[in-house]
Design a protein around this ligand. Structure first.
Ligand SMILES: NC(=O)c1ccc[n+]([C@@H]2O[C@H](COP(=O)([O-])OP(=O)(O)OC[C@H]3O[C@@H](n4cnc5c(N)ncnc54)[C@H](O)[C@@H]3O)[C@@H](O)[C@H]2O)c1
Length: 320
């Protein structure tokens, strides 16, 4: 068996624990340490996944990769430290909490030509992978990502949630949007003044395609829905339930008595391409990039575009 990659996890919160589980279950990797400044949290996570706890990043010699799943505000210094020691990095989304810090991290990864991934996890959702495999010429995308309020998240909803569906829109429609229109709403008394709760965004693409992307963190139901329109079909994706439904409208006619109308729509439920947990698929890809089986530069090139759009979305706020 090939040697296992030694991976360190930074940040043992909600997302970090999932990463720790995935790394420790992988046959290709071992979890070398869990880093978190909160000793109780870090020690408990390390014990659960059979590794050691460290309060801060150690010297990274002998480490094959680092996953940063710390709070978004902490990404920038951690990412710069990891990359400056020439270690491959998977950083949770968003790369950083503003575009300048994001660009600084990405240009360092480019300069050093290092394996670098961002946790844009929905790319690996089995329902998204399946939908992408049956697409022909999509021209209209709508996405809704609404969640109940989570006070621990300090960034606004655009950097936190909208980024996923902007990323999917870019992947599905094949380019970055030329025009970004957005309206931001601030509603929750516990949200910081610079942290919006709702972001409604309209993206216009060079091809003429359009996407309407809606994110809210003041909902009362978790909704993750994506609709992809083509001339001959509509593909609906429920990212939470991980299912895909394809609708083809075939005819519309008056009823037998000539009143009202009757319509026919053929509904298909395609078999999912995979049932692999998205975090596992993402981590396997990170290992493939580290091993040189996936092109690191091409992967890095997909990360900035959704971040640039979110910067334009939040510019609406800065212009206020
Ligand atoms: N890809 C996804 O679908 C997805 C989903 C949820 C969260 N996230 C991202 O994951 C990251 C963490 O989110 P969360 O919900 O787990 O937050 P969380 O608050 O549950 O956990 C964050 C952890 O980071 C630790 N931390 C803070 N500063 C640190 C530092 N300097 N070094 C090491 N650890 C540090 C905290 O002590 C805490 O344990 C965020 O960037 C978030 O956007 C991604």
């Amino acid at each position: 068996m090939a040697a296992q990659s030694r991976v360190i996890l930074v940040g043992a919160g909600n997302m970090g624990l999932n990463h720790a589980r995935v790394v420790s279950q992988s046959e290709r990797a071992s979890l070398a340490a869990v880093v978190d400044p909160r000793e109780d949290v870090g020690r408990e996570a390390a014990a659960r996944f059979g590794t050691v706890w460290l309060p801060e990043l150690p010297d990274l010699s002998g480490v094959d990769g680092v996953i940063v799943a710390a709070a978004t505000e902490a990404h920038h210094p951690l990412a710069m430290q990891v990359l400056n020691s020439a270690t491959p990095l998977l950083v949770e989304k968003p790369v950083a909490d503003n575009i300048l810090r994001t660009e600084e991290i990405l240009s360092l990864a480019d300069r050093l030509d290092l394996p670098f991934m961002c946790g844009l996890l929905e790319r690996y959702n089995p329902a998204v992978l399946t939908a992408r495999s049956i697409l022909d010429h999509p021209f209209h995308v709508t996405a809704t990502r609404h969640s109940p309020y989570a006070p621990r998240i300090k960034t606004g909803v655009a950097w936190d949630l909208l980024v996923h569906d902007v990323d999917l829109s870019i992947l599905l429609l094949g380019s970055s949007p030329q025009v970004v229109n957005s309206a931001l709403g601030h509603f929750h008394p516990r949200s910081g003044t610079a942290a919006e709760d709702v972001a409604e965004t309209l993206l216009e693409f060079d091809s003429g395609a359009i996407a309407h992307v809606s994110a809210s963190r003041v909902g009362h139901r978790k909704i993750r829905l994506l609709s992809i329109y083509e001339l001959d079909k509509l593909i609906e994706v429920d990212l939470l339930r991980r299912d895909v439904t394809v609708y083809r409208h075939v005819s519309e006619s008056a009823d037998v008595e000539g009143r009202g109308y009757r319509q026919q729509t053929v509904i298909e439920i395609p078999e999912l391409l995979t049932s692999e947990e998205p975090l596992t698929t993402q981590f396997e890809r990170f290992l493939d990039i580290i091993d040189g089986r996936v092109d690191a530069a091409a992967e890095r090139g997909t990360i900035l575009p959704p971040h640039l759009v979110i910067d334009q979305v939040t510019a609406t706020r800065r212009a206020d």
